[in-house]
Write a protein of this length. Sequence first.
Length: 267
Amino acid sequence: MGRFSKMHGLGNDFVVIDAREDAVGMTAARAHAIADRHGGIGCDQLILIGPSERADVSMRIFNADGSEVEACGNATRCVPLFVGRDVTIETKAGLLDAKGVEGGASVDMGMPRFDWNAIPLAYAMDTLSMQASWEDLPAPAAVNVGNPHVIFFCDDLDAVDIPRLGPVIETDPLFPQRVNVNFAEVVSDHHLRLIVWERGAGLTRACGTGACATAVAAIRRKLMTGPVTVSLPGGDLVIDWTPGGTIRMTGPATHVFDGEADWSRFG
């Protein structure tokens, strides 16, 4: 039997498996089966915490569809709570530094990237105001914060048909690795609303990397100045970024319960 914890960050929920001492063989099929909310444990993402030679721990991230991704901001905030102390974390997006704060954690998410081939896009274009759009959406921005994001700043967020447009944009050929789709509305100089269609997960109550990418894009476009409070359906995150620097994300992390499972029964 293997142990796991059920955790969430602003309602974006995870099955977190401790593989630091006992390795857990994880495949796309197994991750998908564990994440299934009817036949499995149920989660938006499965998180595998393992040993690392470069950091305190390593973290692998699997979306609900079984695809493995580079980064997850909400899951990263859960790691110091899961481990019980401040930690450095080795991810496919690089090394991250996570520190516990009252009710959650603060994470240095690293440097954002803006080059078209770092997003990546299928061909060269300006990522601050892309020469691409869908239906009546405004021209978006694109940012890579360890994973790829496209951001639309909308006048009326509630008028956007996100469940229909999200999957269309996620799988557009312009994004060869698919993309996380962010729909934002600027409320004030330091506050925006955000709804994210996550690559491989669909609509979730919160997306930490989406909050980071959107705040960075808003600051680059001079729509607002940091720190930025990002209001998602699940609650608020605070994102601070100065051009040329790293992104600091602060917000809640919650431990729900612990359990045991036989991983060989999944997938």
